[in-house]
Design a protein around this ligand. Structure first.
Ligand code: UD2
Ligand code: MN
Length: 265
């Protein structure tokens, strides 16, 4: 188990530096863009990472994911969507911002929304979109490589542009930890789609250990919205998204979009 073809060990404690990652990924272009060198990819993939104050995780993520995505011959761009300080975190809204901003850069047709702390442990786990919205964090060490419940849809998910537009993106109304992933699942069902998952043996991934962040406490206020997805999805999401870009920076390994997404009313 777990030692099959394509698998490798993720060492989250290894000390790596950004300059090192840059020199090891010389084909990655400004802003974290990669392209296959000898062919043309069908999917143009934007990877959206919600972010605040997790620099060590981002470094590890880049260390593993840049070689991984290049090996898979991806045509990709990395977007780190960073929420400004002193406001309650809103993961889902940051995802919507990432989608809207990445779209302006390039003709992306696949969007992979990934937590900064999840790293696949097998390079046969294709970071690609499918016919259905795809849940890719279905085999995590944290949950003993099993689904904690059948409808879980957090961690890493992949949508084609059409699939994401069909559900009007994520809800913007989930402030603080939890619930936004379950509401997203309900949107997919309400839109008449179903989800798919990769083979759990191939999808084995690690979640870097962490405690709950300050500023991302579960407020519980939004949990009542989980079962109202069908009712609200066309009013609350991409169509109602408002934010101010504070900073848009092209780093060598990723594009950082720092945003003010407001606060809960
Ligand atoms: C679970 C889900 C996650 C999300 C969350 C509830 C899985 C495997 N993961 O993860 O997708 O639904 O519950 O919201 O199902 N972040 C920051 N800074 C912060 C807070 C959060 O960068 O201060 C980002 C970061 O990318 C992080 C993600 O938000 O990985 C999710 O937060 P978490 O890792 O604390 O949540 P977790 O592990 O309980
Ligand atoms: Mn986490």
């Amino acid at each position: 188990m777990g030692e099959g073809y394509g698998s490798y060990i993720v060492d989250a404690k290894k000390n790596v530096s950004i300059p090192n990652i840059i020199s090891e990924n010389s084909h990655v272009q400004e802003g974290g863009r990669g392209k296959p060198q000898f062919c043309k990819a069908k999917q143009k993939i934007a990877i959206i990472i919600p972010f605040r104050n997790r620099e060590p995780h981002l470094t590890i993520w880049l260390q593993y994911m840049l070689p991984f995505l290049q090996k898979q011959q991806g045509d990709f761009g990395i977007y780190v969507v960073e929420q400004i300080r002193n406001t309650t975190f809103n993961r889902a809204k940051l995802m919507n911002v990432g989608f809207s901003e990445a779209k302006k850069d390039y003709d992306y047709n696949c969007f992979i929304f990934s937590d900064v702390d999840i790293i696949p442990m097998n390079d046969r786990n294709l970071y690609r979109c499918s016919e259905n919205p795809k849940h890719m964090a279905n085999s995590l060490d944290k949950f003993n490589f099993r689904l904690p419940y059948e409808t879980i849809f957090g961690g890493v998910v992949a949508f084609t542009k059409e699939q994401f537009l069909k559900i009007n993106g994520f809800s913007n109304r989930f402030w603080g930890w939890g619930g936004e992933d379950d509401e997203l699942y309900n949107r997919i069902v309400a839109a008449g789609m179903k989800i798919e998952r990769p083979d759990p043996e191939i999808a084995r991934s690690t979640m870097i250990f962490h405690n709950r962040d300050t500023g991302n406490e579960a407020t519980g206020k939004s949990f009542g919205l989980i079962n109202k997805a069908a009712q609200f999805m066309h009013l609350d999401g991409l169509s109602s998204l408002k934010y101010d870009v504070i900073k848009h920076t092209r780093h060598k390994l990723y594009t950082n979009i720092t945003v003010n997404i407001g606060t809960q009313l």
